[in-house]
Design a protein around this ligand. Structure first.
Ligand code: 5GP
Length: 128
């Protein structure tokens, strides 16, 4: 399912179920603001997802509606997870998909942390 970030929050999305511990995940970090776990279909040697503890569909929803302490705490958690994964020296890429054109699949805001190899250019040039 590819979703729009403008849809209402769906309590039955897969990450909501992971947050409620109704389905398992390979957890690597948790605090009061965020949960981080390995992506089930990794696209790099390190592919971790970080999700906020709150009902936000997308970056747009989170940025507009999350409390300031949650925005701060979540961003801190993303950086800390990347550091704990040992990616600060070699570098990493953060991706968040929002809505139709991005091919966002899961309608709970999340940040992908990708690293562990040279990731190449960000996207193919538009004239490729
Ligand atoms: P999106 O396309 O929404 O930005 O990314 C969703 C990501 O969630 C995909 O990379 C996909 O592999 C991952 N994913 C989907 N379902 C599950 C799941 O049940 N567990 C985990 N750990 N990752 C999932």
């Amino acid at each position: 399912m590819v979703v729009s970030g403008l849809l209402p929050y769906d309590d039955n999305n897969i990450f909501a179920k992971i947050l409620r511990a109704e389905i398992p995940c390979n957890k690597i970090y948790e605090d009061e603001y965020a949960l981080a776990f390995h992506d089930i279909r990794p696209q790099a040697p390190v592919h971790v997802l970080v999700i906020p503890k709150g009902k936000f569909v997308s970056f747009a929803d989170f940025g507009a509606n999350a409390a300031a302490d949650l925005v701060f705490g979540f961003n801190r958690a993303v950086a800390l997870v990347a550091k704990n994964l040992g990616l600060e020296e070699t570098g990493y890429r953060l991706i968040t998909n929002m809505g139709w054109d991005s091919h966002q699949e899961v309608p709970h805001y999340h940040v992908h942390i990708l690293g562990g190899r040279k990731l190449g250019v960000m996207l193919a040039p538009i004239d490729a």
